[in-house]
Design a protein around this ligand. Structure first.
Ligand code: ZN
Ligand code: ZN
Ligand code: FE
Length: 764
């Protein structure tokens, strides 16, 4: 099989013989395509058979010229183009230079060696970095990226650091955050009152001792505070849960090294690569079966996966080497607020969560959470995009003017473009509390100031009540609103660089539809900047509205009621008096909004299978349904469903699915098998809609496709049937990707394209 990748490399890859190296490597492997140097980085378009392309990707990094280094290496798969040769293209040095800000990069091997070398002057120094590693985005105040414009400007370089900084042959030549124990930042250990207990190395040693005694430590990391606790100690983990008001949501873990991860988790080659990458995200990996775990069950209950990361800053390396145990490393915040980045707010907010504070005097300019990723069909998929990834741009052609996109409501990110570079912000969070909303406004201001951009157009969601929508409306000026599921599809198209005829499957929990109802099980067909709603899930009611999202038994009952009417109460174990009230709500449509949401269908089925009746965090029901299905990899059968026609729109009727689920339950079929059959049915639905519409290409997007079982089954079924499938890789498939889709929409709306036929923007 042929494959083609688009590669963007940033770092010191210019003036060091990088292009000739790539040219020679391509020739040796038989790769076709081209390479170009620009002020924005090195771009490579490479095509060859699968194995060759993989070798090429690996060797670009392993065999690179001695004096070059790669700070970021992004690639995504494209449709083969049939290149005939490999060529070095003329550099594009005309036009404005886009000063790219790099993400924060995990500590490199050379620096780690120095940190643990007793003879090195940076021995056990927790702020060691070089041009290959260290903080970037989290410390930069303004462009260009010079020391004077970072929070390191407060520290005057000592003569030794200055000598390294100014020596072109040194690894620290122009390493802007360069520091050493003599001249750089230092750590201190504080108590809850903010009193200094000790400093420097002793602070780290004592913090380690306190952790082993079951204390919770608030640690000032790269992009904000983390809360650290001994992951083996159930009392410590339980205490952290209580204090943080975090019930069942799994905690992320940091392991001292890769071997320690392997003792607890199954790691594929791709997962291992992602864990040890310069981005160093939290990776969702499967717990190992049949081994005695040293982890407390409290870390992640009812979840076959663990969110795992490795030390990524010198401070983490030093602490983790002292501890040599896995620790909880969760965001330093109260429930869903943004993470704390300074001492004042951390003492105030985390004072009743952490027992001690491991602080330092290097200022953090902006919050950057740990990113979360998982491997889907052999490729990385970013679920939360922040440290290591933000603010690397995505390219969208056709943007003649600066646009700002406000994103959605949950998992909010914002985006801003400078020419074809679209900068997606770091993860901000759910805009449900004062702190997140002010973080949202701050990030917008920060981005506009930082890139010196005054947007001439603002884009937001169609939902009139989203905080992000209201904010944009209050700003006034030119405004576009984009339907939520359409934005998901545009985001996936932008990331995969595709245009034209394609079927967009956009499945998530909630989004405001053009008819004013809640959508979420949508099949949309792009047509220029507009779309046609080709198919959707048959609608059902959410009795109690918002309440039904938490008490998912309400959804389960509403679904059963649609199918079995008065008989429905037989299939649910719930207070009958309460059900009578729900009956009335459903019959009269009181406080029971109508939805076509796939996420809510998942919730309802989770309730009917009695997997869960109330959720403690978003998508908990759907996740547990996914985990049940995963226990039955070989289950291939499906349920029946009907496709009805309502004039032009196909309605996917799930009544038969429900009837058959109830039958299966009655004859004692296991929940795991029922769940697998339910998932298989959904992939069958995608296939049958694609067949009916005669599309060759299918996009899978929306929060539902974080479900590994669902997306991997869908991809393989579609591919087996000859379809080309596209999904998200570097941009979240959840609402974190909406801002990119909104900018893509602006690019289609401001520049007439042949596909567009002069249509007006929808829903204005
Ligand atoms: Zn380094
Ligand atoms: Zn120094
Ligand atoms: Fe969504």
């Amino acid at each position: 099989m042929m494959s083609r990748v688009k590669i963007i490399i940033h770092g010191a890859v210019q003036g060091v013989g990088f292009r000739p190296f790539v040219y020679r490597l391509a020739g040796e492997l038989g790769i076709k395509g081209w390479i170009i140097n620009s002020s924005q980085g090195v771009f490579i378009d490479a095509e060859g058979n699968n194995k060759t392309v993989n070798d090429f990707l690996t060797r670009l990094k392993t065999d690179k010229p001695k004096n070059s280094f790669i700070q970021s290496f992004e690639y995504s798969y494209l449709d083969p183009a049939g290149f005939e040769k490999f060529e070095i293209k003329e550099s594009k040095e005309s036009g404005a230079k886009t000063a790219l800000v790099l993400p924060d990069i995990s500590t490199c091997d050379d620096c780690i060696k120095e940190i643990f070398d007793p003879n090195d002057r940076r021995y056990l120094y927790p702020f060691t970095n070089c041009t290959n590693c260290g903080p970037r985005f989290s410390i930069i105040k303004s462009l260009p990226y010079d020391r004077a414009n970072t929070t390191m400007s407060e520290f005057e370089m000592c003569p030794e650091c200055n000598a390294e900084y100014t020596d072109p042959m040194n690894r620290r030549f122009h390493a802007e955050p360069i520091a050493c124990p003599k001249c750089g930042p230092q750590v201190e250990l504080w108590n809850r009152k903010g009193e200094i207990l000790t400093s420097k190395n002793e602070a780290i040693s004592i913090a380690a001792e306190l952790l082993l005694k079951g204390m919770v430590i608030a640690l000032k990391g790269i992009g904000g505070y983390q809360l650290i606790a001994d992951a083996r100690n159930s009392d410590a983990v339980k205490m952290l849960r209580t204090r943080k008001r975090r019930n069942e949501k799994p905690f992320a873990l940091m392991f001292p090294n890769l071997d320690a991860v392997k003792q607890e988790c199954e790691l594929s080659e791709a997962e291992e690569k992602l864990l040890t990458s310069v981005e160093s995200p939290i990776v969702l990996v499967k717990k190992k079966k049949g081994v005695t775990s040293i982890l407390s069950i409290e870390c992640a209950t009812g979840n076959p996966y663990l969110g795992v990361m490795l030390p990524y800053s010198p401070l983490h390396h030093i602490l983790m080497r002292k501890l040599n145990i896995p620790v909880i490393a969760t965001s330093g915040n109260i429930s869903e607020e943004p993470i704390c980045i300074d001492e004042t707010s951390s003492l105030e907010k985390l004072g009743c969560i952490a027992d001690y504070f491991l602080v330092n005097n290097r200022k953090i300019m902006r919050h950057v959470d740990d990113s979360i990723a998982r491997i889907i069909s052999g490729r990385e998929m970013i679920i939360r995009r922040a440290r290591g990834y933000a603010p690397l741009p995505v390219q969208i052609e056709g943007l003649s003017k600066p646009v700002m996109a406000a994103g959605a409501h949950l998992k909010n990110t914002v985006a801003l473009n400078k020419d074809s570079n679209v900068f997606i912000s770091q993860h901000i969070g759910d805009l449900e509390n004062v702190e997140s909303i002010s973080a949202f406004k701050n990030v917008i201001n920060d981005f506009e100031k930082f890139y010196e951009i005054t947007p001439v157009l603002n884009v937001c969601d169609l939902h009139p009540d989203y905080i992000s929508t209201k904010y944009i409306k209050e700003l006034g000026g030119n405004t576009l609103q984009v339907q939520h599921h359409w934005a998901h599809i545009l985001s996936c198209m932008a990331e995969n660089n595709i245009e034209g005829k394609v079927l967009g499957v956009s499945w998530d929990g909630t989004g405001y539809g053009t008819d004013g109802t809640i959508w979420g099980g949508e099949f949309l067909v792009p047509n220029g900047n507009n779309f046609k709603r080709a198919a959707h899930l048959k609608t059902f009611r959410l009795p109690g509205g918002e309440k039904a999202i938490h008490e998912i038994w309400r959804i389960g009952y509403a679904l059963l009621y649609d199918v079995f009417r008065i008989e429905a109460a037989k299939y649910i174990n719930h207070d009958k008096k309460e059900l009578v009230i729900i009956d009335q709500m459903l019959n009269k449509g009181i406080n029971s909004p109508v939805t076509s949401s796939m996420g809510r269908l998942f919730d309802g089925v989770a309730s009917i299978l009695n997997i869960r009746q109330k959720v403690n965090f978003e998508a908990q029901g759907a996740m547990e349904l996914e985990f049940a299905a995963e226990l039955t990899e070989s289950e291939m059968s499906t349920y029946n469903f009907e496709i009805e026609y309502n004039s032009e729109i196909m309605i996917i009727n799930w009544h038969l699915i429900l009837q058959e689920i109830v039958t299966d339950l009655n004859i004692g079929i296991s929940k795991n098998i029922i769940s697998a059959k339910f998932h298989n049915t959904l992939t069958e639905i995608i296939l049958s809609i694609a067949k009916k519409l005669k599309f060759e290409r299918v996009i899978l997007t929306g929060g539902c496709f974080q479900n590994k079982f669902l997306i991997e089954k869908s991809i393989s079924k579609l591919q087996k049937n000859g379809y080309k499938v596209y999904w998200h890789q570097r941009v979240p498939t959840n609402d974190g990707g909406i801002s990119l889709g909104q900018i893509k929409y602006a690019s289609l709306s401001s520049n007439p394209s042949p596909h567009r036929e002069g249509k007006k923007a929808i829903s204005l």
